[in-house]
Ligand binder design. Structure first.
Ligand SMILES: Cc1cc2nc3c(=O)[nH]c(=O)nc-3n(C[C@H](O)[C@H](O)[C@H](O)COP(=O)(O)OP(=O)(O)OC[C@H]3O[C@@H](n4cnc5c(N)ncnc54)[C@H](O)[C@@H]3O)c2cc1C
Length: 385
């Protein structure tokens, strides 16, 4: 569809339409070809735009921070809708109680006494939301500091880091049901949260309009469950510390791994961890261990308990399969990060095809050596690994 046709179709929605936009400019991997873009800076514009495109049968790709997307070099054949809302509302427990009393039927107020809450529009910068809650003296989100992208995308893959997942603190999610056109708050139990996934991932069924979190009002962090983080704070696992201290420690640790965006550092031109940590079903754990021991000899294999089996470390497997930091070397347009084997990075001139080729090499090498097929974490558009 031409830019003019999209402009006509979306007249009156509030979307700003541009054509020939290189999606590489909107993704942190900095790859993705040209497309028509409809930018929506208000929730009303977002709803009207997506409803109009859906009714007209035009394919839609939602994009916010572009930090979990690998888009093909040909671009997207349809309309890319940019979620560019920014609103964030922080309420102390006493505000919530007062609001409940003033307006008992209000749809947006249903907070337990004692909990603080934050409501963020979908496009709000996630780390800005975390920073604002910590600055307001609220605990719960600090371990998720420094993760790029938007608030609205956090439930999509149940964003997680340092032992905390978004689902732990999420109170509810405001959704546009794209089949029925209905807008409503959904409870976490409806969203099928799992490790880096939810019913919203790899699905066009719903558009996230806003997210609401219930937080601790005493300024303390969530219990420190991640050994490296507890160690950095000189704390015992399970302890709570001031959320501001935990945020600072997380940002330091992440920066050391190239996991905080820095335009000057190609190690951060990535989609974060490119592969999820594989969860091997219990019945296959021994054969996998044997394959690893057969290759590497007796060795301590890092594993973690998981609901349906045992979680192995994708970064460890990649490294032990022979793909070290910086693989395949300096001249390659796409390389593993020099700070973290789990991040595939664009060294400046890479195309999506280069990222795909590197991903396949790593995935196939790990599968051949250890019998585990790594799954990509980012959402792929117009390409398959
Ligand atoms: C350096 C770096 C570090 C990272 N570290 C982590 C980490 O520690 N933990 C972690 O879990 N992730 C991490 N990520 C991945 C990424 O930041 C998160 O997944 C983030 O939540 C993506 O947000 P986004 O706004 O950029 O989403 P986008 O990349 O724009 O979109 C991702 C997917 O969500 C969909 N989507 C976006 N907005 C909406 C919406 N409003 N409604 C419905 N669907 C929507 C898109 O269509 C797409 O399918 C990292 C990425 C980078 C680059």
């Amino acid at each position: 569809m031409s830019g003019d046709a999209v402009r006509d179709l979306l007249a009156g929605t509030g979307a700003v339409v541009r054509e020939g936009v290189r999606l590489a400019e909107l993704t942190t991997l900095r790859v993705g070809g040209p497309s028509v873009l409809a930018e929506c800076a208000s929730t009303d514009a977002l709803v009207a735009t997506v409803r109009t495109l859906d009714a007209a049968g035009v394919p839609v790709l939602l994009i916010a921070g572009g930090s979990n997307l690998l888009i093909c070099d040909e671009g997207f054949d349809g309309v890319v809708v940019r979620v560019a809302t920014t609103g964030v509302e922080i309420a102390r427990p006493e505000d919530a109680v007062a609001a409940t009393v003033a307006d008992p039927g209000a749809d947006s107020v249903s907070v337990e006494t004692g909990a603080a809450r934050v409501i963020a529009e979908a496009g709000a910068d996630w780390d800005g939301v975390v920073a604002a809650t910590v600055a307001a003296g609220f605990g719960g989100l600090e371990c998720l500091s420094g993760i790029p992208g938007s608030a609205g995308a956090t439930p999509v893959q149940n964003v997680g880091a340092y032992g905390v997942e978004v689902a732990d603190q999420l109170r509810r999610v405001r959704l546009l049901d794209r089949a029925s056109g209905e807008i409503r708050w959904a409870e976490p139990a409806e969203l099928g949260f799992g490790y880096r996934t939810s019913v919203l991932k790899h699905s066009d069924a719903a558009l996230v309009l806003a997210v609401e979190f219930a937080l601790r009002a005493d300024g303390l962090s969530a219990p420190l469950r991640y050994r490296e983080l507890a160690g950095a704070l000189d704390a015992a696992e399970g302890e709570r510390r001031p959320a501001a201290d935990v945020r600072a420690a997380v940002l330091r640790l992440r920066a050391g791994k190239g996991m905080v965006l820095d335009p000057a550092d190609h190690d951060t031109w990535s989609a974060g961890s490119f592969f999820t940590n594989p969860v091997v079903p219990q019945a296959r754990v021994e054969p996998v261990r044997e394959a690893i021991v057969a290759r590497l000899g007796e060795i301590t294999i890092p594993t973690y308990p998981a609901p349906d089996g045992v979680k192995f470390s994708a970064g460890w497997l990649i490294e032990r399969a022979g793909f070290g930091k910086g693989f395949p070397g300096e001249d390659a347009p796409a390389r593993l990060s020099t700070k973290h084997t789990l991040a595939l990075t664009n060294r400046g001139e890479a195309r999506a095809a280069d990222i795909v080729e590197l991903a396949r090499t790593v995935r196939d090498g790990v599968a051949e050596r250890f019998g585990i097929v790594l799954e990509p974490e980012p959402v792929t558009v117009g390409l398959r690994l």
